[in-house]
Design a protein around this ligand. Structure first.
Ligand SMILES: Nc1ncnc2c1ncn2[C@@H]1O[C@H](COP(=O)(O)OP(=O)(O)O)[C@@H](O)[C@H]1O
Ligand SMILES: [Mg+2]
Length: 311
């Protein structure tokens, strides 16, 4: 697989603040890379550097082997950057908006009509072509931003929190659109703090906090790396506190906590067999209404890896 995005010791200072510290990222062709971190972690700074809009203080970034800063003019046609804000476009309708941006990429004539129609169709905005841009819902504006960066058919998409502040339905629509773009062969870097979404969408993740990359790779590796003992989720019909006490005293149990009316039982290190849990509970007269192994996910892994410190 060809490397599409590579950063080597990428560092950005704003005065005395180190916003990015020696970031080493590798993103391969057709990856959908989820860039996760709390507010202030350095996600937007990284994406702006990759979009050739911000100079790094130190280190190097390349897109398709072109060096940012020296070969930015070769890089710009290859990338589509969606920032984390959407400007105001008074009195402009959707179709005009896209035609305007197509013109800035020197796409003219019949070619322009075609790319605008294709982008509208792909982002499911064809029925809004005559609507005022400012009157679109946030979800539609986000899709329109993506339509805009697809006009010049870039290889790489740099998306800064495209699902931020979207309602559940708009989030799902955004996710489906991004999956489709990945199937079309795009390489996608998407930043977010909405973890479950990325788990479904991305094949790799990078976890960043306070300008430092804590992990980068397939998220399945992240889960393996951070997972400690097996966790069993269970519920009893009554006397939950008593059940918790009983289980906490069992050899093989490391920790018992409550979550949403259930008990979460973390087993000690290598313990995988949890048949003793229902056995003990039933022997003590508890009615068991739920017993399942808790699947580790990106969220639990992320919580373990980061300490929630924000600059
Ligand atoms: N133009 C700027 N001037 C000074 N500090 C900045 C500037 N842009 C960002 N920062 C700081 O750099 C850090 C990283 O910011 P940012 O990349 O926007 O994080 P994220 O996108 O992960 O929320 C933050 O502490 C932020 O306050
Ligand atoms: Mg940001």
């Amino acid at each position: 697989m060809a490397t599409v995005i590579k950063t080597v010791n990428l560092t950005k200072r704003y005065g005395s603040l180190i916003a990015l510290s020696n970031l080493n990222l590798t993103i391969e062709e057709n990856d959908c890379f989820g860039f996760i971190g709390p507010n202030g972690a350095g996600k937007s700074t990284t994406i702006k550097i990759l979009a050739t809009l911000l100079q790094p203080t130190w280190g190097e970034a390349r897109i398709c082997d072109h060096v940012i800063g020296y070969q930015s003019r070769l890089i710009r046609p290859l990338i589509g950057y969606v920032p984390d804000y959407f400007g105001s476009y008074e009195d402009m309708v959707v179709q005009e908006y896209l035609e305007f941006f197509a013109a800035t990429y020197n796409i003219n004539g019949i070619g322009r009509t075609k790319v605008v129609n294709d982008a509208l169709e792909l982002t499911d905005l064809g029925y809004k072509r005559d609507s005022l841009v400012d009157a679109l819902s946030r979800g539609m504006k986000q899709r329109l931003s993506i339509a805009r960066v697809l006009l010049h058919n870039p290889k790489v998409l740099l998306l800064d929190e495209p699902a931020g502040n979207l309602d559940p339905r708009a989030r799902i629509e955004m996710r489906e659109l991004l999956k489709q773009l990945q199937r079309m062969g795009k390489t996608i870097l998407i930043s977010s703090h909405i973890l479950p979404e990325l788990q479904d969408l991305c094949n790799k993740v990078g976890i960043i906090e306070r300008g430092e990359l804590l992990f980068s790779g397939p998220w399945t590796d992240l889960i393996k790396q951070t997972q400690t003992g097996t966790i069993v989720r269970l519920a009893v019909q009554s006397r939950q506190d008593e059940a918790a006490q009983l289980l906490a005293g069992q050899p093989g149990v490391q920790h018992v906590s409550t979550d949403n009316g259930c008990l979460l039982v973390t087993l000690a290190g290598q313990v995988r067999d949890y048949s003793f849990i229902p056995q003990r509970l039933i022997a003590q007269g508890f009615n068991l209404t739920l017993l399942q192994e808790q699947q580790a996910n990106l969220e639990t892994a992320f919580m373990q890896l980061t300490r929630g410190i924000v600059q």
